[in-house]
Design a protein around this ligand. Sequence first.
Ligand code: CAA
Length: 399
Amino acid sequence: MDFDFTPDQLAIRKHMREFADREIAPKAQANDRACEFDWDIAKKIFKEGFLGCPIPEEYGGLGYDYIAYGLMTEEVNRVCSSTRTLFSVQTSLVALTILKWGTEEQKRHLLPKMCTGEFIGCFGLTEPEAGSDAANQQTRAVKDGDSYLLSGQKVWISCGSIATHALVFATVDPSLGHKGITCFVVDTKTPGFSAQSIKGKLGLRASDTSSLFLDECRVPAENMLGKVGDGFKIAMSALDNGRFSVAAGAVGLVQGCIDQCSTYAMQRITMGKPIGEHQQVQAMIADMVADCEAGRLLYLRAAHLKNKGVRNTLETSIAKLFCGEAANKAAHNAVQIFGGYGYSDEYPVERYFRDAKVLNIYEGTREIQKIIIAQDALGIRYANGTKTGAPTALAGACV
Ligand code: CAA
């Protein structure tokens, strides 16, 4: 693995860092307090074309690789997890999934507008009875002439109320188990489709999270992504990219904690000296730095494999697990370093603390990542489809 970034990768990281500091950070606290998705920030993101970072130029994207995309995602999350969620959903779960599974016509119709934000996507997989058990889809797709009627309910869908298009997973025949699950691109203006925002979230308060309701929602058969029965594999492959962006975002949150704590710890005086000179504070900051560096290497390894077109479910799960845990630990310690001030939203670490929790819940819980990793190590189910094992996977990455 080449540890040097290319000029392009460094340039997009610098561009995103400056954008995040100038446009996102100053409004993050107010948006969090107001529990509002900030359309002004979103429109500026659209204008920069950031949402199309890893999408090829022929489909309207910036044509960067996954390393650049990871670095960019990290920079966004360094200041605001809610804004990063837009990238994880729009770019990773929806656009990259259409790029992989869509027909040429679907790609030409959807991707350029997704890169500019004219179309906004959401990922309709989770249901009240199908969270970790994603194969247990209850939403039904009934063929009716040259279209399908979709009926069911989705829950915890990021961007659900702002989306123009939803990837909806539904079963054509529950008796087929995961082999009956089929994926449709649904225009959210279709009669029978509605969304309702979920209020009172612990974190990600400036991002939309919704329930979706489908009541005999008529979708043309040509809006199917892949073939009948491909839906589960489509969802899992989408999550390989979604979890990657969550891992990169989590590293950004750790970096945000380091930045906040290093400034504060050298200003705050106790017992006659800056708290940064007290060893117990140094120990917490050292843990953050070590976790940040380790997490960054893990998501970059996954990015490297993605760039090579190599299956990376295992490496992505490891990155998502480690980085999500690191973010929670870092945010916990950041509040500790800030003491009483960390307990109020006067400083961003309180928001980071609340925003960190979802990193080991959504896009596959911490426990699901552990199942994927442990079953691979035990030879019960190989995460990448065939036996790789951690040593081989590492060797594969070090070329
Ligand atoms: N890529 C392609 N195919 C894959 C795959 C992948 N990453 N992972 C599995 N598959 C294929 C398998 O090869 C298998 O194919 P065959 O039928 O041909 O053999 C098929 O899918 C079924 O695989 P499994 O038997 O391994 O599936 P399972 O039912 O045992 O589930 C699981 C495995 C890992 C537990 C999976 O259910 C899972 O990841 N659950 C968590 C779901 C999740 O992350 N939900 C979050 C939703 S998104 C969200 O959070 C909302 C939002 O808006 C952000």
